[in-house]
Design a protein around this ligand. Structure first.
Ligand code: DAH
Length: 358
């Protein structure tokens, strides 16, 4: 082919077209460029039109050369077209899939399980609310106590038979056994009175909720790890009538007017006189059932006037100040309020049971 032929640069022109095609990475751009690369406005089509200028004896060969070049360019174009089309389709599918995902989520409303406080926790909060409404503040105390706070300061000396009232978990720090998991919230009374005395004003009006531990075998009314709420009032001129009034007001506020309370003589080393605080069994409404051992009454806790020995232990002058205390089970309250026949349900974590109290 002569240098003057319109096809003299065909090879490099073909290669340049292929290079241009390879360089395009966007499907829309490739489509836009199609007429220029392989279509009507392309160089190859222009060259096609020049074939007429070629000497007749060379035209056939020139036509074949141009055809060969066109095939190569077109093949490459078609391949690139297919590649970029696939990329484009994949991107579209991905976008569509996300759209679809959104539609599914909003249309079907996938059920979401939302957690909620355990019944014991919400009961504790409700009890605190009732007492705050009656003018009490809320205080906290340690779960691990020394023997002095859990027993001695509460007028239960070492080896005193009253210790048998509480089956105690000792924290194993070797002999002597002086560190315990508190068996009741009563030691928090001691912490509060000590703090008040330190501040120079022994008056206290507080409730103290918290976890307690006893070496009890769990049954329908007992757990080895359970919760109590302790109450303490120290002031001038406090009498047993104040105590009875607080207990009755609390019972009606928390359990409602159909449930009554009664105080029965009892013994606790840290109160004198002492009483047991009972309420109508809500499971049988007082008729007698397994939960209340057929008595119609359920014991919630104990109460009484502060024993002078306790006031003395914390340095409060019993001739000027007096007070009362009470302590009862939060789990027992939850059980009675919601008519739960067996308290062990509170710690079994059966979601079907817990869900009733969300
Ligand atoms: N701490 C006692 C117990 O767990 C309950 C109790 C009785 C608390 C009398 C008191 C009280 O504050 O005055 O068995």
């Amino acid at each position: 082919m002569s240098d003057s032929s319109p096809l003299a640069n065909l090879d490099s022109q073909r290669d340049e077209l292929i290079r241009q095609i390879n360089e395009i990475s966007d499907f829309a751009v490739l489509r836009e460029q199609e007429p220029l690369l392989v279509g009507k406005r392309s160089l190859l089509t222009t060259l096609q039109r020049t074939l007429g200028q070629i000497a007749e004896n060379e035209r056939k060969e020139a036509g074949a050369l141009l055809q060969g070049a066109r095939r190569l360019v077109e093949d490459r174009f078609n391949e690139r077209f297919a590649e970029l089309e696939m990329v484009e389709r994949a991107a579209k599918l991905e976008a569509d899939r996300l759209d679809l995902g959104d539609v599914v989520v909003s249309a079907v409303r996938v059920p979401v399980t939302v957690g909620h406080p355990n019944l014991v926790a919400s009961t504790q909060r409700e009890l605190e609310d009732v007492f705050v409404g009656m003018g009490f503040s809320v205080a906290d105390g340690p779960e691990v106590e020394s023997d002095w706070y859990n027993f001695e300061a509460l007028n239960i000396p070492p080896a005193h038979p009253a210790r048998g009232m509480w089956d105690t978990f000792y924290v194993d720090l070797g002999e002597p056994e002086t560190v315990v998991l508190r068996t009741h919230t009563s030691p928090t009374q001691i912490h509060l009175m000590e703090a008040a005395v330190k501040l120079g004003d022994p008056r206290v009006h507080a409730v103290m909720p918290g976890r307690c531990f006893r070496r009890d075998t769990p049954d329908a009314r007992h757990l080895a790890a359970f919760h109590q709420i302790e109450g303490l009032v120290v002031d001038r001129g406090i009498t047993f009538a104040d105590l009875a009034g607080v207990i009755e007001t609390f019972t009606r506020a928390y359990f409602g007017p159909t449930i009554s309370s009664r105080l029965r003589p009892a013994f606790f080393p840290f109160t004198e006189p002492s009483a047991e605080f009972e309420i109508t069994c809500t499971i049988c409404q007082g008729d007698g059932c397994r939960t209340c051992s057929q008595t119609g009454w359920i014991e919630l806790g104990g109460c009484g006037m502060l024993d002078p020995a306790v006031l003395e232990a914390v340095g409060i002058d019993g001739s000027e100040w007096s007070g009362f205390a009470f302590g009862f089970g939060i789990d027992r309250c939850a059980q009675m309020r919601h008519q739960i026949a067996d308290m062990r349900a509170l710690i079994e974590n059966d979601a079907r049971f817990l869900r009733q109290f969300s």
